[in-house]
Design a binder for this molecule. Sequence first.
Ligand code: IMP
Length: 191
Amino acid sequence: MIGLDYGHKIFFVTSNNGKYVEANQKIKNIEQKNIDYPEIRSENLSEIVVYGIEFLKEKIRKPFFIEDSGLFIEVLNGFPGPYSKYVYNKVGCKGILKLMRNEKNRAAIFKSVIGYYDKKIKVFEGICEGEISIRMKGKSGFGYDPVFIPKNSNKTFAKMDIQEKNMYSHRGTALTKFVNFMEKQRLFLKY
Ligand code: IMP
């Protein structure tokens, strides 16, 4: 675990327990807060995150972070992208496999943006290149995990445990940047 004990709890505002568990593998001292906030529709995930933070910052009086992610499929011009959640809720992994049925180019990327707020906003991004599998494989994780195979692996995310997924994933990369930032802050505060 790269995780740190920061001495005070940092809230992770999310209703997605899968995301919380992944973050908790990297950062011990976090607490899940299930508070609704508006998610604007934008091609730019940072914009979505900053808007969410602006909404939440008056309501939460402690340091907190939120995260937004999306799946961008090359041959579909980046679809579902900003519609990832909506598409998943409507047609799920099966719908994606149907759309991709006759496609040879299966390249896709996952993007993750973490927005952290402690008096000011700091944004951390992670990208994971990979491809859409031919069929669903694996039971772990959430969302599109059964149909996404990251580059340099032959397994879907749903075939990986949390630690392995974090080594490859968009969110794992964004979390590592976040942890490095927090580590620097801590050193700065000490000296
Ligand atoms: P959001 O960040 O909650 O808006 O997520 C957008 C959509 O992408 C949701 O349907 C998630 O389930 C899905 N998603 C986000 N991150 C991942 C991931 O790491 N694996 C699989 N699906 C994901």
